[in-house]
Ligand binder design. Sequence first.
Ligand code: HEM
Length: 196
Amino acid sequence: MSQRLTAQARKVPEWCVYIVGALPAPWLFWQALTGALGVEPIEALEHEYGRLALQLLLAGLAVTPLWRLTGVNLVKFRRPLGLLAFFYLCLHFLVWLLLDVQILSQAWADIVKRPFITIGMAGFLLLVPLAVTSTRKAIRRMGPKAWGRLHRLVYVAVGLGVLHFVMGRKGLQYEPLVYAGILVVLLGLRLVPRRR
Ligand code: HEM
């Protein structure tokens, strides 16, 4: 069963994942423009992009435990998932900067003075070197060991992203805690020994 699923996944071209994964971006933007996202379209768009980014990051972190536990190998999708997550984070950031805050000095003040924004920014910045070094050429140039060490930063970045989500909501709310729980489970599963 796991071999069949792995073989089927191998047939899906990477570019397909990029196209399907990127489609919600213009769709959500269009919905915001046409009022389908409610009375606060900018805030709603910002939230949708942020949530999608986090979901894709968590999906990327689920690839290895899934392989270890079930034998289903979706490793070829890890890079597209990571890059799509980064793409949505850039949109999340740009909606915040260009449509929400709009004033550069105010944006800087928010980054410095509002802890949940500072933490989100730190998570975002940590993901920049990972996105830049996501090519096969970069892996060859850095060597797999150094590359692997650098890419472990993804755990810190996702941890900061989840914390940012928890802190961004007023009071302790159910939804961000679910994301935090999923992250804890995914991290815990990495402790499970590899299948032979
Ligand atoms: C790893 C990086 C980040 C992740 C994973 C992330 C994810 C999220 C998520 C999931 C939400 C909540 C959406 C909701 O309430 O439904 C959110 C909200 C928000 N994020 Fe981010 N974000 C990140 C970085 C940033 C950065 C760099 C900024 C801006 C500098 C930012 C600004 C905001 C703002 C303003 C909100 C709205 C909070 C509110 O008023 O409810 N985020 N983010």
